[in-house]
Ligand binder design. Structure first.
Ligand code: GLP
Length: 243
C-alpha cells in the first residue's frame, strides 16, 4: 500500500492526474469511478486536464462502482447523472464507452451479470477510484458485508442515508437502496485508489488503513490488495500521522 498525503488544495489535481497518467500509459484503459463529495472536484479537474491537454479518451471505457437503486436513472442525484454533469458531458465521451449499474433495472441480478460481463469484455478494470463512508463502507458495502460478495442490491443503512441528506434535501428523499460492486469484484481491479478528504474521515481512515482487516470496516479489505494507493488530504491523514 502506498499512502499519499497532500494539501487540501492539491487533492483534486493529484487524484485527477492518477487517471490521466493511467490513460497516457494505456490508451484503452478501463477506469472505475465513484461519485460523492470526495470525487466531485477531482472529476472537474480531470475534465479540465483532458480538454486542455487534449488527452485522447476515444479508447477508454469507464465503469461506475455503484448507484442508488429504485429511482429513475436520469434522477439528477444518481451516480449516472452526476458523472455526466461532472465529467462525461464535458469531455464528450461516447455513451457506449461508459457503463453503469442501472438504478431502474427491472432485474438487478441480470443487470449485475451484464455489468460483470462488460467489465470482462473490456479486459478488467485497470484503475478504480473508491470513496469511503464514515462507517467504513466502500461503494454500498456496509459494515458486515462479506468480503466474498461480487455484486448486490442492498438496503442502505440509516447512518449512510443520513450522510446524504445534504445531497437529497431530506432523509425521506434519500433512496433506500443501492446497487453496487462488492468487495470481491473491487479486489479484482488491478489498481485501487482509496480517496478521503476532511477531518471527519480521519478516524475511519485510521481504522481502514491501520486497523484489523474485518467486514466490520469494509474498507479494511483493501489492505490486502496488491496495488493500493490511499490518497488523503492532511486532515483525513491526521489519524495516521506516524506515516
Ligand atoms: C456513498 C457511495 C460511495 C461513496 C461514499 C463516500 O454512500 N455509495 O460510492 O464513495 O459514500 O461519499 P462521500 O465522498 O460523499 O463522502
Amino acid at each position: 500500500m502506498e499512502i499519499v498525503v497532500v494539501k487540501r488544495e492539491e487533492f483534486d489535481y493529484t487524484a485527477a492526474m492518477i487517471a490521466v497518467d493511467q490513460i497516457i500509459s494505456k490508451a484503452d484503459s478501463t477506469i472505475g469511478f465513484a461519485t460523492g463529495n470526495t470525487t466531485l472536484g477531482m472529476h472537474g479537474k480531470l475534465a479540465q486536464i483532458i480538454i486542455d491537454e487534449k488527452i485522447d479518451i476515444s479508447r477508454i471505457n469507464t465503469f461506475n462502482l455503484d448507484d442508488y437503486f429504485g429511482i429513475p436513472q436520469n434522477h439528477p442525484k444518481t451516480g449516472f447523472s452526476r458523472m455526466h454533469s461532472q465529467l462525461f458531458d464535458k469531455i464528450g465521451i461516447k455513451p457506449e464507452q461508459t457503463h453503469f449499474l442501472k438504478s431502474d433495472a427491472g432485474d438487478w441480478r441480470e443487470e449485475c451479470s451484464k455489468f460483470a460481463k462488460d467489465i470482462e469484455e473490456c479486459g478488467g478494470i485497470d484503475l478504480q477510484f473508491i470513496g469511503i463512508g464514515l462507517n467504513g463502507h466502500i461503494a454500498f458495502c456496509e459494515p458486515g458485508t462479506s468480503f466474498d460478495t461480487d455484486y448486490f442490491v442492498i438496503n442502505i443503512s440509516e447512518e449512510a442515508r443520513k450522510s446524504k441528506i445534504a445531497l437529497f434535501g431530506s432523509l425521506e428523499d434519500v433512496p433506500e437502496m443501492g446497487i453496487s460492486m462488492g468487495i470481491k469484484s473491487i479486489m479484482q481491479c488491478r489498481k485501487n485508489v482509496l480517496l478521503a478528504k476532511g477531518i471527519e474521515k480521519a478516524d475511519i481512515v485510521q481504522k481502514a488503513v491501520l486497523g484489523p482487516v474485518t467486514p466490520d470496516v469494509p474498507a479494511s479489505a483493501l489492505q490486502t490488495h496488491p496495488n493500493l494507493v490511499v490518497l488523503l488530504d492532511e486532515d483525513a491523514a491526521s489519524g495516521i500521522k506516524r506515516w
